[in-house]
Design a protein around this ligand. Structure first.
Ligand code: LMR
Length: 408
């Protein structure tokens, strides 16, 4: 009999996406391919530290005026302001009228967690909805933040491999007023399917009529299309429509700053006099959670966004990443079509951003892992960045075999 104080603790389930990375790393098969975790890879299948990031780190290292003092609880003002402006655009009325502010956070996840506590504990919100499916961490973040229920609205149509807009609008219509609705600003994770501008307008209309509160998750601005403005279109539309909303931004993907944990909460209100009170509550949440954020990543982003030359260099980097992804999408589709792989593969290029929701089922995913050492989430989501010119033929032929051998 164990004498440990912890003997009653039961093991929790593994985190699929990180377990997959671990399994891939310990796999010794030469042609193994990791299409799991959402991180950018170069054409050589290696992680990429953006050249602009290397450059700014060198500038920072040489600057002896910089120190390691605590940042304010709400973060580096030069970063939070620039991140907010990047999201809402320089013409934003909310910024010009002093109704929009930014709060530095521990990447997108940390932003969501802080915002979750603000909704659940400060505002007493009880209903929160995300798309079905959504990023698998959303649920855990909001339950940990104090929500006791977690609901979803229809999103993915498995037959059309596209957005189920009728289902989504019907579910939003049925949601109780004041529900918090998580919306992926662009490059929906995991499906890669975004509403069209017309569909966003329909979504906004229902949300306005039903008094639903938008909470945007923006993890891919610029990374999705290579164009910062195009990827922020939905958020800016909601602002123009007069919504109050929050947006959780991550700089993991578009700056390649995955482990620097750098994010921002943009808060847009209709009444600027409410902002100091809101910020004071968020200050207390952060103070009680991690006290204040780290500086390194925030300074890199602030320098890149606030200097026209650095900004242009960074935009070049996001275009490189978005361009390679588009090329790999086209390469995969073309090969599957050439092989005559059963099914329609048009969705691979219609989808946007890091991921493709392939439509492969669990047995097919397992078959690919066992027989070909190709790793992907059980949902059939693949990280397009894991594809390269060198492995495209292999991946396409393996998918072809899985689709033919394992029943759909
Ligand atoms: C992903 O979806 O793979 C990434 O956003 C990594 C993560 O934390 O899940």
């Amino acid at each position: 009999m164990s004498t440990s104080k912890f003997s009653t603790v039961e093991a929790g389930p593994p985190i699929e996406v990180f377990a997959l990375t671990q399994a891939f790393t310990s796999d010794t098969f030469e042609k193994k391919v990791n299409l799991g975790v959402g991180a950018y890879r170069t054409e050589q299948s290696t992680p990429w530290v953006l050249p602009i990031v290397r450059k700014l780190e060198a500038v920072m290292a040489a600057d002896t005026t910089l120190n390691k003092e605590y940042l304010p609880v709400l973060g580096l003002p030069a970063f939070a302001q620039a991140a907010t402006k990047m999201l809402l655009g320089p013409e934003s009325k909310a910024i010009l009228e002093g109704r929009a502010v930014g709060v530095q956070s521990l990447s997108g996840t940390g932003a969501l967690r802080v915002v979750g506590e603000f909704f659940a504990k400060t505002l007493g919100a009880t209903m929160i909805y995300s798309s079905d499916p959504t990023w698998e961490n959303h649920r855990l973040v909001f339950l940990n933040a104090g929500f006791t229920t977690y609901s979803s609205y229809a999103y993915w149509d498995p037959v059309k491999k596209a957005l189920n807009i009728e289902g989504m609008l019907a579910d939003l219509n049925a949601a109780p007023p004041n529900s918090i609705i998580i919306l992926h600003a662009c490059a929906h994770n995991p499906t890669g399917v975004d509403p069209t501008q017309d569909e966003w307008k329909q979504i906004a209309k229902v949300m306005k009529e039903k008094k639903l509160f938008p909470l945007f998750d923006s993890a891919y601005q610029g990374f999705a299309s290579g164009d910062l403005d195009a990827d922020a279109w939905a958020v800016r539309y909601f602002e123009q429509e007069g919504f109050e909303f929050l947006c959780c931004q991550s700089f993991a993907k578009n700056f390649g700053l995955y482990n620097e944990r750098i994010g921002n909460i943009t808060i847009v209100t209709n009444d600027k006099d409410t902002l100091p009170k809101v910020l004071s509550q968020i200050t207390l949440i952060i103070r009680g959670m991690y006290s204040n954020p780290p500086q390194h990543g925030g300074r890199i982003v602030a320098m890149a966004l606030n200097d026209p030359e650095y900004f242009a260099e960074w935009k070049g980097c996001i275009q490189t990443m978005a361009g390679r992804i588009k090329k790999m999408r086209a390469g995969l589709k073309e090969r599957l079509e050439k092989l005559g792989t059963p099914g329609d593969w048009g969705h691979v290029t219609r989808q946007i951003g890091m991921f493709s929701y392939t439509g492969l089922n669990v047995p097919q995913v397992e078959y690919l892992r066992t027989n070909y050492h190709i790793y992907m989430l059980k949902s059939g989501r693949i990280n397009i960045c894991g594809l390269t010119e060198a492995n495209l033929d292999y991946v396409a032929a393996s998918i072809d075999d899985a689709v033919r051998k394992v029943p759909a």
